[in-house]
Ligand binder design. Structure first.
Ligand code: F6P
Length: 368
């Protein structure tokens, strides 16, 4: 497909570091081809607004430090599924046709969607309904989009969580405490597992593997027997209580998010071991910093590849990172399920090999 084109780009779902690097790369590549890139504001919200909210993105806009900036210059949202959109009177409305109409009004020949599994699934449904040509780019600190080894934002979040452990270790040692670090990740334990190994944690708890207080206590006893007076515990936000309950916090307006498991475990560990414990909840700090070199690199390859797919007329694909290369995979396969930590993952084996307490082997695991 040669000639001048007009393509759209949007960021959807929770922000993360590296989104601006994707936008920049797509704009640069499209400009090389003589195309115009339209940046849509706040995910699908800009396409629901009338007048439509968007801006034409020019390479000159990226002369400054936008490559290095966290967040997204386009804005984003993780609310308001257009197929079930909450209206002011409390009812829900299907507003998908308005979004499709918005894309048509802007004359977009293709749309690059930078999103997590939820956003990619919604946008694919919109594309099918409205005959839109879309390309997905995976982004999420949770790294739970399947068929890609990396999503934009994950590396930076792990770097932040690892640095938190680096900072907790000396204060833990000075006060002979057990430090509990609660990290994000939704239903997937990737951030906890990567940062826990990199930051020298003694205990890593992830939603995929059940744990027991006895297991944690045994590990802390072993640490003490080796002459160490402190321990580091990393817990992923969606880990359940011993009674099987998910800990959540309700925000103003009724929105619920994971939160509270760190506090809960800190208490449980203190009473089981007699250790003094403290809790750090890392929260959105993991999402908002200067992207790591790796996130910038992956984001840039993703942005360029997405535009090249459009140039080749290949749609309904998601760009992905595999075996040191940027590749692309069918979008429908990528969104079919989310990528949890696999029990036979080499990082799980590494953690266990180090003697890190990673929860109890599930009963069905043969090499228990
Ligand atoms: O999906 C990214 C993520 O940061 C999760 O790790 C976390 O559970 C959630 O978003 C927080 O959402 P919000 O920004 O709405 O509080």
């Amino acid at each position: 497909m040669a000639g001048e084109k007009r393509i759209g780009i949007l960021t959807s779902g929770g922000d993360c570091a590296g989104l601006n690097a994707v936008i920049r790369a797509s704009v640069y590549r499209a400009d090389e081809l003589g195309w115009t890139v339209v940046g849509l504001k706040e995910g699908t919200q800009g396409l629901l607004s009338r007048p439509l909210r968007y801006e034409v993105l020019r390479p000159e806009q990226f002369n400054g430090n936008i490559l290095r900036m966290g967040g997204t210059i386009l804005g984003t949202t993780n609310k308001g599924n257009p197929f079930h959109f909450p209206m002011p009177d409390g009812s829900f409305k299907d507003r998908s046709a308005e979004i499709i109409g918005g894309c048509k009004e802007l004359g977009l020949e293709a749309l690059i969607v930078i999103g997590g599994d939820g956003s990619l699934a919604i946008l694919r449904q919109l594309a099918e309904q409205g005959g839109l040509n879309i390309i997905g780019i995976p982004k999420t600190i949770d790294n739970d989009v399947s068929m890609t080894e990396a999503s934009v934002g994950f590396d930076t979040a792990v770097t932040v969580a690892t640095e938190a452990l680096d900072r907790l270790q000396p204060t833990a040692a000075s006060h002979a405490r057990v430090m509990v670090l609660e990290v994000m990740g939704r239903d997937a334990g990737h951030i906890a597992l990567y940062a826990g190994i990199s930051g020298g944690a003694d205990v890593i708890l992830i939603p995929e593997i059940p744990y027991s207080i006895e297991g944690i206590t045994e590990k802390i006893d072993r640490v003490r027997k080796r002459g160490r007076n402190f321990a580091l515990v990393v817990v992923s936000e969606a880990v359940k209580t011993l009674g099987g309950q998910v800990m959540q916090k309700e925000y103003h307006g009724g929105e619920k998010r994971f939160g509270g498991i760190g506090d809960y475990l800190s208490e449980a560990i203190a009473s089981a071991t007699g250790a003094e414990t403290r809790i750090t909840v890392l929260g959105h700090v993991q999402r908002g910093s200067m992207p790591s070199w790796r996130d910038r690199l992956i984001a840039t390859t993703f942005g360029v590849h997405a535009v090249e797919l459009i140039a080749e007329g290949k749609f309904d694909r998601m760009v992905a990172w595999s075996n040191r290369q940027v590749v692309d995979v069918p979008l429908k396969d990528a969104i079919a399920h989310y990528q949890a930590v696999e029990l036979d993952d080499s990082l799980v084996k590494t953690a266990r090999g180090l003697g890190i307490y990673l929860g109890d082997w599930p009963a069905e695991t043969p090499d228990k």
